[in-house]
Design a protein around this ligand. Sequence first.
Ligand code: NDP
Length: 610
Amino acid sequence: MSSAHQTEVGPLERPDLRARYRIERDKRVRPDGTDQYLEPVGRFAHFSADPYTPWVERDPVVDDVEVVIIGGGFAGLVTGARLVEAGVTDVRIVEAGGGLGGVWYWNRYPGAMCDTAAMVYLPLLEETGRVPSAKYVEAPEILAHARGIAEKYGLNDGALCSTVVRELVWDEDRSRWRVRTDRGDELRARFVTLGTGPLNRPKLPGIAGIDAFEGRCFHTSRWEYDYTGGDSSGAPMTGLADKRVGIIGTGATAVQCIPRLARDAGSLTVFQRTPSSVDVRANQPIDPEWFAALDPGWQREWLRNFATLQTGGFAEQDLVMDGWTDMAVRIRDRVIADAVAFTPKDFRQAYEAADDEKMDEIRARIDAVVSDPATAEALKPWYRQRCKRPCFHDEYLDAFNRPTVRLVDTDGRGVERIDATGAWVGGQHYELDCLILASGFEFGTPYERRSGFDPVGRGGVPLSKAWADGMVTLHGIHVHGFPNLFVIQTGHAANLISNVTHNLVEAGTTAAAVIAHARATGAVEVETSAAAQEAWVDLLEDPTTMLTYDANCTPGYYNNEGAPLGHRERLNQSRYAAGPAEYFRYIDAWRSTGRFEGLEFRPQTGKDEH
Ligand code: NDP
């Protein structure tokens, strides 16, 4: 269907499609941009409370450790694992959740799973010996894997959960970090790693009257199974059988939980502002015998293969073979087939052609699955696949064929108002017993706002000041003025968003190697030089290579809600110009030399008494 169409009508000769994309985008751009969302504080604080683990009083902990790991998600766990492998076992995790697991501790909504293939998403598979059950695995299996890493490397020992860091201050006299928590803990640490996540803080839709609703209302990352019944492994939510349930949002989270809600709720009303692009998932079990026969080092190879194919590179075969690589390979092959001179214009044209083809397929699939033509039409996404987070699911569209499921398309405007008994859209009131907010997580807000503390480095300079004009780092990990601090995240590095854990494993491995080197050489401080940091930031800021965003993209967190990107936002979202695969190669080589160029290792000065 679509490729024939493409041959007849070139990508730049599809003015109707371009115009439609523009109209749909313009409808959604709001003057309040990212400010439209509410923070889960004050009277909304309960939206971020932990429903899974009761808060238990405990005595404050006062001690001195080699490494404090802030954040017990995959960032913290893989860093901890690499430290232990390097012989650094005096580590203590501090974690806000009632247990370790990070995003997978919090996100237990029904149907939660990872739509990046388990073979590359689950970190340290070879090290832990875990065999994923399927190509894409569900949240409980991922949480079990996270816990398995903690278990294997002894990271539960001394972990302080249900504990929020409130202060992180560099003590220059002792060359140590001082960590204070909301439990009154006073920790001192030679090194600190930050793995607090980019999408860790729930955001709430700024809809008038949101706190007037008198039924049950919660965010998807704080699922109230005590009310809905069921559990995260798929048991029926019997508590919803006679309930009128509404859900606000149709992003990646909603796409996964709507089929389960559709199955169990008395009725389900889906309030849609922008439809997601939902491609085929095609999950399948993993054969344990096939898995057992993989050669040692296989995961590294798979990771390299996935990152390479995602970035327009070549490999003998596509090992993962999914929606992520499919799109990237299509673009690559079209550039080769269509490009005349490989100019940016040629590339753009080829990219648009490949994207048109993919989006035509996605829209056609909706017509093929959804029986009501008006609902099918409303579910169609009118933007480029990479404007918003691509989704992959095989039951989502079909959920709208159930008589108990109703799609309320708000034509890009969102829910108008909420009152005690339900929600208003287009002057119509929808009565609800339960309202679920699948409204996502803060992205790009200041670090201290998302983490709850503002690290204070050398000379009493807070990170918020050091990053006031945008994030500055060496390799996305080290920050000048913040000795012995390691940021374990994706930015300024590979920024491979289709496989976040690959970024985290590399950053964690790097941090552990640097810490081990400092210890082996008797250094008590390690810090990036100002010059090395500046050179790295210059590289990221090169206008010929900096990531640019499609001005015609419909708004969302990928593009600053459609508002123009200032220098700060561009810098915060920048990545190594040559792309993820090259960054991974670069950082591996940088680490492996053992020279750690750009870092200054400082020996004991005599002031370090503890
Ligand atoms: P998103 O930010 O992607 O989606 C939020 C949804 O809420 C959007 O549909 C948004 O509409 C809607 N919304 C916000 N305000 C309103 C309003 N006032 N009225 C109506 N609708 C509104 O959050 P998600 O939790 O879905 O996903 C966040 C991220 O988490 C993903 O991008 C992905 O990175 C990650 N994730 C990963 C998964 C995986 O498989 N690996 C699974 C799930 C999530 P609009 O689009 O118009 O803004």
